[in-house]
Ligand binder design. Structure first.
Ligand SMILES: Cc1cc2nc3c(=O)[nH]c(=O)nc-3n(C[C@H](O)[C@H](O)[C@H](O)COP(=O)(O)OP(=O)(O)OC[C@H]3O[C@@H](n4cnc5c(N)ncnc54)[C@H](O)[C@@H]3O)c2cc1C
Ligand SMILES: Cc1ncc(C[n+]2csc(CCOP(=O)(O)OP(=O)(O)O)c2C)c(N)n1
Ligand SMILES: [Mg+2]
Length: 570
C-alpha cells in the first residue's frame, strides 16, 4: 500500500500500542498533524512543548509504557529540551518526535531550523535525524525499542518535512531489531550470585537501598520476598518510593539529604548495603569519603556505567535486578536480624519528638499538616505528583505510599514546573486514578498554563498548592547558609483561586488547620478539577538536612529545646 512519511509515523505509533500523544503543531510538523486525523490516537493539545515532554514522562511513569511528545522544528523542539533532560536524569522512557525543515535547507539557517539532534545529543539516550523516507519505519521502531529496553530513557526522532510529504509503497517491517553494540540484556555471572549469597549470609547489619530501578524493573514482589526472607530493613531513595510498602515493618523510609535521621544513621552503621536499582546520587550519599565506611556494598544495576561511578562497590550484579533478585532468593537461607532492627528502632524513637505532627498545635498551618491530611483523606490511595522544593520533600516524608507507581516526582534534574503537566500525563495513563498535584507557589507558576489543557480535555486532577510565599527550598538554604539574606526568594503570587476560575475550574483557599480535611474531601468529591491554595507557614524548613557534601550522619535537625546541629544519636 502507498503511504506518506506522515502516515508512516502514525502507522508506527499504532503498532507500538500508543494511545495518546502530547503535542503542539507548527509548520515543519504540519504534514504529520494532517495525517493524524485518520488514526485512532488521541492528541492532547498542550500549551507549551515543555508540558508535552513532562506529560509524556508522567504517562510513562504512571503506567510503564513509552510516553510520546510531538513538536515542530526550531522553538517547538527547543521547548522540549527541559523535559527531555528530566527524562534522561530519571531514566524515563519517552519518544519525542519533531518536525525538521526540508532536508535540502538543513544547514542554511532556514526558517525555524535548529539542530535539535545536536542540542539533545547529551540529554537523550539516542537520537535520529531522518532525511530519507526509507529509513523512517526502522528508526521509529528502534526509537521505541531503545527508549524502553535496558535502562530506559528519552529518544528523539527529528523528521525532515519532505520526508513526511514523500510517499512510498509501504508495509510494516517487523524484522528483529539489530543494534550491534547495544546490550540491554546483560546477566550477572553465577559466581557473582554465589558471592552475593555469601556476603548476605555473613552480614549482621544489612540495609537495602531500594531505588527507582525496582519500579522500572517491576520487582516489587521480588524485593518484598528478599527483604522478608533475609529480615533486612529497606531504605528508599526519593524515586524508589512506592517500590516497597511504607506500612511494612521492614520499611525504614527515605534516605539522604532530607531522609529520616534513623535511616541515615542505619546506613552509616551498616556492614552491608544492598543497592538495588539506585545510582548513589549525591543527594543520597552526602560526602562519599565518609559514606557507610564499614559497609560492604553490592550494586544491582542494569547500566554498567553506573557501577563504581559515585561509590566504589565490592560486587556488582549487572543485569535486570528482578532477575538477579529471583536468582538470589531461590538460594537464600532465612536470617534473623532482630537485634539490628531493635537498634534502628531505638534511634527512630528519639526522632518522633522532632516530628512536627507531634509538636503542640500552635494554631499555625504547616505544610506537613496539609500533606499528612491529604494522605489520610485519600486513604493513601492517590497517585501523587509533586513539583520541586520543600513541598516535594515533605510529600516524600508525610505521604506514605504502599503501592508502586503512585508517587511521581522530578528527582535528578529537579525541574520546577514538572508537576502539573506530569500529572496530566499520569491521568491519561491511569484515568481511574485519584491524581493529586502537590506543588509550590513558585513551581506551579512555571507551567500553570497547562490548566487550560486540563479544561480543554475535561479531565479531573486535584491540585494542592503549598503556598508559603517563598521559593521555599532556596529560602531555606539562605536561612541556613547565607545569613538569612533572602535574595530573590520572597514571592508575590497571583490569586490562584481566580486563576483556576479563569480556566473554568474550581478554586478554594485554606488558611486554617481545621479547614484542611474538608477542603481535601470537597476536591475529591467534586466532578471537575479543584485547585486548593493552602496558605502555610512561610518560614518553615525541611528537616533533617544533610548540608550539601556533608557527612550523612551530620544532620541539621528540627530545633527542639534549642538543639540545632546534631550528629549520631543525640
Ligand atoms: C530538592 C531535591 C532534594 C532531593 N533530596 C533527596 C533525598 O533526600 N534523598 C533521595 O533519595 N533523593 C533526593 N533527591 C533525588 C535525587 O536527586 C535523585 O534523583 C534520586 O536519589 C535518584 O534515585 P534513584 O537512584 O533511585 O533513581 P534513578 O536516578 O532513576 O536511578 C535508577 C538506577 O536504577 C538503574 N536501573 C533501572 N532499571 C533497572 C533494572 N531493570 N535493573 C537494574 N537496575 C536498573 C538505572 O540504571 C539507575 O542507575 C532530591 C531531589 C530534589 C530535586
Ligand atoms: C526550573 C528551575 N529553576 C530553579 C530551580 C531552583 N529551585 C529549587 S527549589 C526552588 C524553590 C521552589 O519554590 P516553590 O515552588 O515555591 O516550592 P517550595 O520550596 O516553596 O515548597 C528553586 C527556585 C529549579 N529547581 N528548577
Ligand atoms: Mg513556595
Amino acid at each position: 500500500m502507498k503511504r506518506t512519511g506522515a502516515q508512516i509515523i502514525w502507522e508506527c505509533l499504532v503498532h507500538e500500542g500508543v494511545k495518546t500523544v502530547f503535542g503542539y503543531p507548527g509548520g515543519a510538523i504540519l504534514p504529520a498533524y494532517d495525517a493524524m486525523l485518520d488514526y485512532p490516537i488521541h492528541h492532547v493539545h498542550v500549551r507549551h512543548e515543555q508540558g508535552a515532554a513532562h506529560m509524556a514522562e508522567g504517562y510513562a511513569r504512571a503506567c510503564g509504557e513509552v510516553g510520546v511528545a510531538m513538536a515542530t522544528s526550531g522553538p517547538g523542539a527547543t521547548n522540549l529540551v527541559t523535559g527531555i533532560a528530566n527524562a534522561l536524569m530519571d531514566s524515563s522512557p519517552i519518544v519525542c518526535i519533531t518536525g525538521q525543515v526540508h532536508s535540502k535547507y538543513i544547514g542554511y539557517d532556514a526558517f525555524q531550523e535548529t539542530d535539535i539532534t545536536g542540542i539533545t545529543l547529551p540529554i537523550t539516550k539516542h537520537n535520529y535525524l531522518v532525511t530519507d523516507i526509507h529509513d523512517l519505519t526502522r528508526v521509529m521502531r528502534e526509537a521505541f525499542y531503545i527508549a524502553r529496553s535496558g535502562r530506559p530513557g528519552p529518544v528523539l526522532v527529528d523528521i525532515a518535512k519532505d520526508v513526511q510529504q514523500a510517499a512510498i509503497e509501504w508495509e510494516y517491517d517487523d524484522a528483529p531489531i539489530r543494534l550491534p553494540g547495544y546490550r540491554p540484556d546483560l546477566r550477572p555471572l553465577s559466581k557473582d550470585i554465589q558471592q552475593a549469597l555469601e556476603m548476605i549470609r555473613e552480614a549482621k547489619r544489612p540495609v537495602i537501598l531500594a531505588g527507582h530501578g525496582v519500579l522500572m524493573s517491576g520487582a516489587m514482589h521480588e524485593l518484598l520476598q528478599f527483604a522478608e526472607q533475609t529480615h533486612t530493613p529497606v531504605a528508599m531513595t526519593l524515586l524508589g518510593i512506592g517500590g516497597f510498602p511504607a506500612s511494612h515493618p521492614l520499611n525504614l523510609g527515605m534516605m539522604g539529604m532530607h531522609g529520616e535521621a534513623w535511616v541515615n544513621h542505619a546506613i552509616q552503621e551498616s556492614d552491608l548495603l544492598l543497592a538495588i536499582g539506585m545510582r548513589f546520587d549525591d543527594r543520597v550519599t552526602g560526602n562519599v569519603k565518609t559514606y557507610a565506611p564499614q559497609a560492604k556494598k553490592i550494586h544491582f544495576e542494569i547500566d554498567p556505567s553506573e557501577v563504581n561511578k559515585n561509590v566504589k562497590v565490592d560486587l556488582a550484579l549487572i543485569g535486570d535486578l528482578r532477575q538477579s533478585l529471583e536468582q538470589i532468593t531461590a538460594h537464600l537461607q532465612p536470617s534473623d536480624h532482630g537485634e539490628w532492627l531493635a537498634h534502628i528502632d531505638e534511634i527512630r524513637g528519639e526522632s518522633a519528638v522532632r516530628d512536627i505532627q507531634n509538636l503542640a498545635d500552635d494554631g499555625h498551618l504547616y505544610a506537613a499538616h496539609v500533606i499528612n491530611d491529604i494522605w489520610h483523606t485519600t486513604n493513601g490511595d492517590a497517585l501523587v505528583v509533586t513539583d520541586v522544593g520543600q513541598h516535594q520533600m515533605w510529600t516524600a516524608q508525610y505521604y506514605r505510599h504502599d503501592k508502586p507507581h503512585s508517587f511521581i516526582t522530578s528527582g535528578g534534574l529537579g525541574t520546577m514546573g514538572f508537576a502539573l503537566p506530569a500529572a496530566i500525563g499520569a491521568k491519561f495513563a491511569r484515568p481511574e486514578a485519584d491524581v493529586w498535584v502537590i506543588a509550590g507557589d513558585g513551581g506551579f507558576q512555571m507551567t500553570q498554563a497547562e490548566l487550560a489543557t486540563i479544561a480543554q480535555e475535561g479531565i479531573k486532577i486535584n491540585i494542592a498548592i503549598v503556598n508559603n510565599g517563598y521559593l521555599g527550598m532556596v529560602r531555606q538554604w539562605q536561612e541556613f547558609f547565607y545569613e538569612r539574606r533572602y535574595a530573590a526568594t520572597p514571592m508575590r503570587s497571583p490569586d490562584f483561586v481566580k486563576i483556576a476560575e479563569a480556566h473554568g475550574l474550581t478554586g478554594a483557599r485554606v488558611t486554617k488547620r481545621a479547614e484542611v480535611k474538608d477542603a481535601i474531601r470537597y476536591a475529591q468529591e467534586s466532578e471537575g478539577t479543584v485547585l486548593i491554595d493552602f496558605r502555610v507557614e512561610q518560614e518553615d524548613s525541611v528537616y533533617p538536612m544533610v548540608p550539601a557534601g556533608g557527612d550523612l550522619h551530620n544532620m541539621i535537625r528540627r530545633p527542639v529545646q534549642d538543639v540545632l546541629v546534631e550528629s549520631a544519636r543525640d
